[in-house]
Design a binder for this molecule. Structure first.
Ligand code: ADP
Length: 543
């Protein structure tokens, strides 16, 4: 029997229409450095119409790519909504990659128009000469010097001038829900960037999952502060989920340092905020300096992108009264795939244990652990292997790249290593590229880092594999101490000794001023391993 239900496609156009028509008075607020500018979703909807008309006039048709080179701000939201809703494909370029990588990515995606923030014009000017497909550059923000773009051979136009000449009326047509709506390249932490193309359907379903109570529970009463960049894995889907739920958006623009972020939480009173652990660590430090900062509006701080140390969660809870919710995902999974909400039956100790994992999958995503021989492993909290996932918002391939090795019987191989407990909680112990294999056994760099981060004198720590004659590999700990702290490697090692197996404890220690970071703020272990190999680290070795 066929169903009798209507086959309305799940599209970004319908998310936009809903946000504007049903929640038109809700606001998007963007930081300006000395204050904030605000618009309602109704006004954003009108500007989306103007943007779509302008892009048509500039020649955008079919699935042409419109790229953004932007901070998290209102104009970025306009592109997020208007470009897919008009049937074109939004491509969020990562502004923090090298010029060479951006050139490669923009060329590979065949971007035709780039919408750039005026503060990023000098950066884009260095990239553009090598990207032949780009015809037009639209510059948002009324300040900024456009001369760096002169001679680029591209038409350079002011976004506001272009929008001002257009009608806000645009008929948003519902595209095929399986058509490409947006694309994002992996940030290449462990290899070359590869493109993932999200469909209207996948974005719609992912947004709905973010709005469910077991997901992020986003609803109309929320004010969402996406600190995670909109060029990184869709800002974890927060902008679309906000439009869908009628939640308000608070955009930090380029004021991404800990101090302005903490001030923004204090004055703009978000209920939900999302960022990687390193940002929350910096923000926490800032709140120690200014005890008057009020974080009580936050019902949820979403944290992921790398493992969240339990000590960070405890500090947020005890000092600020704020709950950190750990989530796991990747560009390839849109990204939200699992969320570490404790089981409702868990007592306090078990609840903490569960919160410190990467969580349970949200409905729609399935997970399994696979051994070296490709067979699924038991869910016993013991059997370690590669994590594989599948679901309607998990990619089934990469854009114009054959990478069969990353897929296995319809499952995506994540490159993450870990185990799943009988209760269904995923614990990641490492990334394949970062594992430490000592005498044939795995040592979890994630657990070592998390335990070290709990030491009162440690600001942060990264652990990498150091080649070792006897054991093949041994862990090396690179530690950033808190300002003014003095502690020896021996003391740090004894701190670890009652928390982890003895044979895991590092002999090699180095104190560094900062851990190198990737373009999205994760520890860059490739660089750290290179620094060690080339003798750039001052290493102390304990007996
Ligand atoms: P990149 O490969 O550049 O890091 P992504 O930003 O897509 O690209 O990151 C996905 C990866 O981030 C995951 O495969 C995983 O290794 C890591 N990750 C994300 N969330 C978590 C988490 N909560 N705990 C541990 N690792 C995480």
């Amino acid at each position: 029997m066929r169903s009798t239900m209507q086959g309305t496609p799940l599209t970004v156009a319908s998310i936009l229409r809903h946000g504007v028509e049903v929640h038109g008075d809700r606001q998007v607020t963007t930081a300006t450095g000395d204050g904030f500018r605000r618009s309602t979703y109704e006004q954003v909807g009108r500007r989306c119409g103007q943007l779509a008309n302008a892009l048509r006039r500039l020649g955008i048709a079919g699935d042409d790519r419109v790229a953004t080179f932007q901070w998290n701000n209102q104009e970025h939201l306009e592109a997020y909504a208007a470009v897919p809703a008009m049937g074109a494909v939004l491509h969020t370029l990562n502004i923090r990659l090298s010029a060479e990588q951006i050139r490669f990515i923009a060329g590979h995606a065949e971007d035709k128009v780039v919408i750039v923030d005026s503060s990023l014009v000098p950066l884009l000017a260095r990239v553009l000469p090598g990207v032949d497909t780009v015809e037009v550059v639209l510059v948002t923000g009324d300040d900024g010097d456009l001369t760096p773009l002169e001679g680029s051979g591209k038409a350079v136009l002011r976004y506001e001038d272009v929008l001002g000449a257009e009608s806000p009326e645009f008929t948003w047509t519902d595209a095929d829900e399986d058509a490409g709506a947006a694309m994002c390249y992996t940030s290449g932490t462990t290899g070359d960037p590869k493109g993932v193309v999200y469909s209207h359907r996948s974005l719609y379903l992912h947004s709905m999952a973010a709005c469910t109570g077991n997901g992020l529970g986003i609803a109309e009463q929320d004010r969402i502060l996406p600190i995670v960049p909109m060029f990184h894995a869709n800002a974890w889907g927060l902008p679309y989920a906000a439009l869908m739920a009628g939640a308000e958006l608070l955009m930090p623009d380029r004021f991404m340092q800990a101090a302005p972020l903490a001030r923004m939480v204090h004055t703009e009173r978000p209920t939900v905020a999302g960022a990687v652990p390193t940002i929350w660590n910096d923000v926490l430090l800032d709140t120690e300096k200014d005890a008057g900062l009020d974080f009580s509006s936050l019902r949820l701080v979403v944290c992921g992108g790398s493992a969240v140390p339990r000590s960070l969660m405890e500090a947020f809870e005890n000092r600020l009264g704020v709950t950190i919710l750990q989530a796991w995902g990747m560009t390839e999974t849109s990204p939200m795939a699992s969320v570490a909400r404790p089981a409702v039956t868990a007592g306090p100790a078990d609840a903490w244990r569960m919160r410190a994992t990467q969580g349970r999958p949200v409905c729609g995503v399935e997970m399994r652990i696979v051994g070296d021989d490709g067979t699924p492993q038991p869910r016993d909290g013991q059997a370690v292997g590669e994590l594989e996932v599948r679901g309607p918002w998990v990619t089934g391939s990469y854009y114009q790249v054959d990478d069969d090795a990353r897929f296995h019987d319809g499952w995506l191989r994540t490159g993450d290593v870990g185990h799943i407990s009988a209760e269904g909680f995923l614990t990641l112990t490492d990334r394949m590229k970062d594992v430490i294999k000592s005498g044939g056994e795995w040592i979890s760099s994630v657990e070592l880092e998390s335990a070290l981060a709990g030491h009162p004198d440690v600001f942060e720590a990264a652990v990498i594999a150091a080649p070792d004659e006897r054991w093949q590999e041994r862990p090396l700990a690179a530690v950033v101490l808190r300002e003014g702290a003095i502690v020896s490697p021996g003391e740090l090692r004894s701190w670890l000794s009652d928390k982890l197996p003895r044979w895991w404890l590092p002999e090699r220690w180095t104190f560094v001023e900062e851990i190198p970071r990737t373009s999205v703020g994760k520890f860059d272990k490739k660089v750290l391993r290179g620094d060690y190999a080339d003798g750039r680290l001052k290493v102390e070795t304990l007996e």
